[in-house]
Design a protein around this ligand. Structure first.
Ligand code: DSN
Length: 454
């Protein structure tokens, strides 16, 4: 077999890779769920660990030759225990391939098909894997304003709503915050078997103690999905659900800054069932190269530098939110406790899809998003979501956040009257606008000052 490097073996893929590297280097990646991993993490993920099958768990495998893999997986588990300061009776699984399979494994392990689960309403910032379903046309978000509860609909979008009866709590219509009293009332009425917190766009911290009391008062398991906040929680800059929730799931590639993968933490007796749900219940051989990357990323996360990084991620997001507010952007909940800022664009008249595209032409990559009390379709929603994990990894701080807010406002000034324009025409006009081109140039100069270690 040829052992040429990528450049000589496959010019097509090599060129796409180089173009992606250039884009990552020259633009500001501000999607809150993304980050940039260290060279060491990338080396581990691209290593020969990918060649090994190891169905089973350390010291209990179905394949021979796993002595090194056992060591690796146990090391990743040990580091996760340290980073999340687990009590003695908690265990860890690092084999779930990503966040959705991790959540599904928890349901498979602890529930029966058809049991009721209750997570946060998706347009308010929940996650698909917390049981999303809706009624097309008649029952999308705009038809159910000002209520705190959503019973789901006929279109079972996510597998978790096909196999389980999924209902959802919403945020308070005015404050856009979780209302624990209301959630408690709903829980008492609905009596779900599992309550889930966490998601993708809720900018505030969660009272995990209160949520665990609510869940346990109705005999439900409490699952805290901390995919977005994992790095910030482990570093101690946000509340931890450890000790309150029965199970905690997370992806590893967001604020935790590892490669793509997942970790599950939980009480040991429950983890036995969840381990069985992952293998042999849902998955086959674990991705050992991913586990290697996670082990390396966790070692990095255990350093004092990572604590400083996590603090700066939050500070940067708070400065960004404040600056954007001064330019007249409506910040959902008035600010943020974490790495993400959700902007309601209704007062600007130009919504998430077009604004996100315009920002991309200007070198700022963010994403359109739904928001609480959403009145628009998810493919063209009212809000924009921006985040600071990646740009903080680059070393950017408060002054850069102020500059980014200024650029975001300049781009909005260019496009704000173009909401009704045909999308193709919009693309052409934005791409050729002199101010957008100028911002893109200025962004690339800033990015050169904070190079990625590729
Ligand atoms: N796709 C992730 C996010 O962007 O938040 C959630 O799974």
């Amino acid at each position: 077999m040829s052992q040429k490097n990528l450049k000589s073996a496959d010019k097509d893929v090599y060129e796409i890779l180089k173009a992606e590297e250039k884009k990552q280097q020259e633009k500001l990646s501000m999607i809150p769920s993304e980050n940039f991993t260290s060279k060491a993490v990338r080396e581990a993920v691209g290593s020969v660990f990918m060649n090994k099958y190891s169905e089973g768990y350390p010291n209990a495998r179905y394949y021979e030759g796993n002595y090194h893999i056992d060591k690796l997986e146990l090391l990743a588990i040990e580091r996760a225990k340290k980073f999340f300061k687990l009590p003695k009776d908690w265990e860890v699984n690092v084999q779930a391939l990503s966040g959705s399979p991790a959540n599904l494994s928890v349901y498979i392990g602890l529930l029966k098909p058809g049991d009721k689960i209750m997570g946060m309403y998706l347009p308010d910032g929940g996650h698909l894997s917390h049981g999303w379903s809706y009624n097309p046309k008649s029952d999308s978000a705009e038809f159910v304003p000002n209520v705190m509860f959503y019973a789901g609909g006929k279109r079972k979008v996510n597998v978790t709503s096909k196999f389980y009866e999924a209902v959802q709590y919403k945020t308070d219509p005015k404050t856009k915050l979780l209302d624990y009293k209301e959630i408690e009332k709903i829980a008492k009425k609905e009596k779900p078997k599992m309550i889930i917190t966490g998601g993708t766009a809720y900018p505030r911290d969660i009272d995990y103690k209160r949520m665990s009391e609510i869940a346990h008062s109705v005999g439900a398991y409490y699952l805290a999905d901390i995919a977005h906040e994992a790095g910030l929680i482990g570093a101690g800059v946000m509340n931890t659900p450890v000790g309150y929730a029965d199970v905690v799931t997370m992806t590893t590639h967001k604020t935790l800054r590892c490669n793509r993968g997942a970790i599950i933490l939980g009480k040991a007796d429950l983890m036995k069932k969840i381990n069985r749900a992952i293998f042999p219940g849902l998955q086959g051989g674990p991705h050992n190269h991913s586990i290697a990357g996670i082990a390396v990323g966790l070692k990095e996360a255990l350093t004092p530098e990572f604590k400083k990084y996590a603090k700066q991620v939050v500070k940067n997001a708070q400065v960004l939110a404040k600056e954007l507010e001064q330019y007249g952007f409506e910040i959902i909940t008035g600010g943020t406790d974490k790495h993400l800022v959700l902007i309601d664009l209704s007062n600007k008249g130009l919504f998430g899809k077009k604004y996100a595209r315009a920002l991309d032409y200007a070198g700022i990559i963010a994403n359109m998003n739904t928001m609480p009390q959403e009145k628009r379709p998810p493919a063209d929603p009212s809000a924009l979501r921006v985040g600071t994990p990646w740009i903080t990894t680059r070393g950017m701080r408060e002054p850069e956040m102020k500059q980014i807010a200024k650029w975001m406002n300049e781009v909005m000034e260019v496009v704000k009257d173009w909401q009704d324009m045909d999308f193709t025409e919009f693309n052409t006009k934005v791409a050729n606008h002199k101010d957008v081109k100028r911002v893109a140039k200025e962004v690339s100069i800033l990015c050169k000052r904070y190079p990625l270690g590729i």
